[in-house]
Design a protein around this ligand. Sequence first.
Ligand code: N01
Length: 542
Amino acid sequence: MNLHQRTPAERDVAQLDVVIVGAGFAGLYLLHRLRGLGLTARAYEAGSGVGGTWFWNRYPGARCDVESMQYSFSFDDELQQSWKWSERFAAQPEILQYANHIADRYDLRRDIVFNTRITAATFDESSATWTVTTDRGERVTARYCVMATGCLSTARLPNIKGIASFQGATYHTGHWPHEGVDFTGKTVGIIGTGSSAIQSIPVIAEQAKHLTVFQRTPNFSIPSRNSAMPAAYEAEWKDDYPTRRQRAREETRNGIYGDWGQVSALEVSAGDRRAEYERRWTKGGLEFMYAYNDLGLKKEANDTAAEFVREKIREIVKDPKTAELLCPYSYPIGTKRICVDTNYFETFNRDNVTLVDIRSAPIDEITPHGVRTQDTEYAFDCLVFATGFDAMTGTLEAMNIRGRDGLALRDEWAAGPRTYLGLTVAGFPNMFLVTGPGSPSVLSNMIVSIEQHVDWITDCIAHLTQSGSASIEASRDAQDAWVDHVNERANATLYPQAASWYMGANIPGKPRIFMPYIGGVGNYRKICSDIASDNYRGFAIE
Ligand code: N01
């Protein structure tokens, strides 16, 4: 039955076991697992289709920087054996096709309400239930509420004077028009040089009459060396899937099976180190950063990798002044999300591409016709904002989430997010977060982390259902201890040295807290399992 065919009154009284916010990969898998438990669940999705991040981020060049053989579900062997990826790194349309395949294969759409945004969620203590409210004025009540809202789902426009006055077309990479954009013959300005910009700049440059890139902070990027999926490589993976998936889940820092170096960058000779970086640069992809085990920990070790990449930039980019502007110096490599590209630095050798350094001459204003920096005025037909997201907390805080005693999540997190395991929040019984702050989430292969969280949450709900319990809530003490542990692990690394979105530094006024858990997915999985096995240590169950 199509849920929208029900009358408002029928919808108002609907009682579910679980209400899910979001139908990206997390919401889809959760719905599938909950159905398997015989529970009633429904997902609400703001978009008109499934796929979450891959539904919204349709900018030119969008693709995943985790290899396709690994950026995919492992819970169903038939699925992973039968699905065929066409490229080593899948592009957005193919990943979206995969999300749609998941929805169809497991018949999930009948329990997803599309084009509907959850605006509020309120816990009622007397019944231990959540009531969520939609932007269509519907309310639905459920025992449990799971926020499968993604980590990068609130796109952010910069607070630049005059932004609304621009008379040409404007686009945000995270909200790209579904029909695509034809930049042929256009003069285009793009603001931002993060992962989204680094992927889209080479593709837009091929189309546009002229592309001007406004860069505030240069980024480290590694070539992907993407290719059509080699048949032998696919077969090797499919033959060995159980072992590789298990190792990715249990033994790695980030849920990616790969060539992890076991020694310090400082233990080997300069020549050997150079050869190793060269080998990894030639192979392409994120594995460059796995070369040594202390690149994220020791500045001296990190400097060796950073300088190698800067040398590559100087080699690739012909104009020495442009090359130098593209070289990052202000943070250790990897402490802002490392980028993976196809022809990014090469694109600055094109005659129709100009790099503008807005660190030395900031943007003063967006005008009706373009952009005015402190020293120059630029005219454009189109402006692209590749300016990122209010990451990890933005989507949750945009909803009016109220727990015990009317407590608002926004207020609880005013000084930064506080969670127990990144899965739950004290004061918010029966609410779960998938890949929330305080879990490995954005530092990991998201699908590995999503599967782990969804499995943990469904096991927990099964346990509560079987034991006849009505509610589960993290204790403040357990939460405080977890937050301390998350901070302690982060502070032992170089990561807090970067003004990154991991730190909330891209949003004026956002507390500077390193939000994800950097203790590693293998280690984290074990902690979560041990806590569940120990009768849900740190939780009150009633
Ligand atoms: O966003 P970002 P993104 N004036 O926040 C600049 C994932 N992802 O969408 O660094 C001028 O990284 C800002 O400058 P600065 C991935 O996890 C994955 O690119 O703050 N500039 C920066 O250059 C990634 O990390 C994939 O100085 C302004 C840029 O805008 C995350 O999504 C692909 C500005 C924002 O970069 C976010 O990436 C794409 C202002 N007022 C994304 N405000 C893959 O899997 C911001 N900027 C490959």
